[in-house]
Design a protein around this ligand. Structure first.
Ligand code: ATP
Ligand code: MG
Length: 338
């Protein structure tokens, strides 16, 4: 069994090979404490636990806005909630159904924000998963571990998504001669990395701590001022990014022009300059600028983004899944070569 899992700050995304083929799954990375849970028969929640810590995970956690716990530190990859998120992805993908319990993956590829790279952190991540993780959903125990683990910079997944097939073969050898940039617009971080052929070209500052959440925060400021809204969570504003109305006191309010204004401003003032600054001298030579992460959906509503470079910009299908798909393909390549 092989898997590519991208546990982002906003969403968990995974591609896993099971007996049913390659399964894609994902859910919001939101964890809430199961405090004051009364009338259990009315809400059928699953409680995930690990080493005594208990959480409601994913979509249902969004309903408990007062209990949501943020795990925002750079080394959240070492904390228990990270491993619960990984385990939930494997459970959702049906791994335990096919392989029994415990499961041992042959190859697992994970990601980390390139700007949060630390040797020590990666070593600890690998040690934990090789040794094995034990968690519970309600009272059922789930144990998983992996034989081979690799931790790649998050945006690199989108590059391998472009480069490799699902079987892990290079799609076209000519791509190994070109220069590629990857712009990953995530929930909390925006990453800029590049590959020269199949060589990862490192940069001093590959990540910026800004992402779709900055857009949502500005939208929250707007609704707080304009409508005196009291909810301080930004999650419930996410549907507005894909054109859904703002629900307010029984009305459905169209805020699409405000969203567009904020998105335009964010891309023009934060993202485009970040890209030009980093790749100033090589931008014209780039074969493709792959734009991935959920933020890639927003590009369509930006007026004249990267004017003159339109031909280079490539947005993969389901861009928020591109890293996980690329990690999976990278794992498949390793399996093939071993
Ligand atoms: N269809 C869509 N339209 C508009 N915005 C979307 C869409 N899908 C996702 N998004 C937004 O993009 C955000 C970022 O998604 P993504 O999965 O790339 O973040 P992440 O990888 O979890 O974050 P990070 O890379 O910072 O760790 C989502 O939280 C959501 O707000
Ligand atoms: Mg991401």
């Amino acid at each position: 069994m092989i898997a590519g899992v991208d546990v982002g700050y906003g969403r968990v995304k995974a591609y896993v090979k099971t007996d049913d083929g390659v399964i894609k799954c994902g859910y919001p990375r939101v964890l809430a404490e199961p405090r004051n849970m009364y009338w259990k028969e009315l809400n059928r929640l699953h409680i995930y636990s690990i080493e005594g810590e208990r959480y409601i995970v994913g979509d249902p956690a969004l309903s408990f806005s007062g209990n949501i716990i943020r795990h925002e530190s750079q080394d959240y990859v070492l904390e228990n909630p990270y491993w619960i998120c990984l385990g939930k992805a494997l459970i959702d993908a049906g791994c335990f159904h096919h392989e029994g319990n415990p499961i041992r993956l042959n190859s697992l590829v994970l990601g980390i924000a390139p700007g949060h790279y630390q040797d020590d952190t990666i070593k600890k991540m690998k040690t934990r998963i090789r040794r094995g993780v034990e968690m519970y959903v309600d009272n059922r125990e789930y144990r998983f571990s992996a034989e081979s683990v690799q931790v790649l910079p998050q945006a690199a997944g989108a590059f391998f998504d472009w480069m490799l097939s699902d079987e892990g073969s290079i799609r076209d050898l000519k791509y190994t001669k070109y220069l590629f940039g990857v712009l990953d617009i995530g929930y909390r971080t925006t990453d800029y990395i590049s590959f020269d052929g199949d060589r990862f070209v490192t940069d001093d500052s590959p990540s910026e701590d800004t992402g779709v959440r900055s857009v949502l925060s500005r939208l929250l400021e707007y609704v707080t001022k304009r409508y005196d809204c009291k909810d301080k969570n930004v999650e419930y504003l996410e549907p507005l990014l894909s054109g859904k109305p703002y629900l307010y006191r029984g009305d459905k309010i169209d805020l699409s022009s405000e969203v567009k204004k904020i998105v335009n401003d964010h891309f023009k003032r934060r993202i485009e300059p970040g890209l030009k600054k980093r790749w100033e001298s090589v931008l014209d030579r780039m074969h493709k600028i792959i734009v991935c992460g959920g933020g890639a959906y927003l590009i369509n509503s930006v007026n004249g983004f990267m004017k003159g470079h339109e031909k280079q910009i490539f947005i993969p299908d389901a861009p928020e899944y591109s890293n996980a798909r690329g990690f999976y393909r990278f794992a498949a390549m390793n399996e093939k070569n071993n």
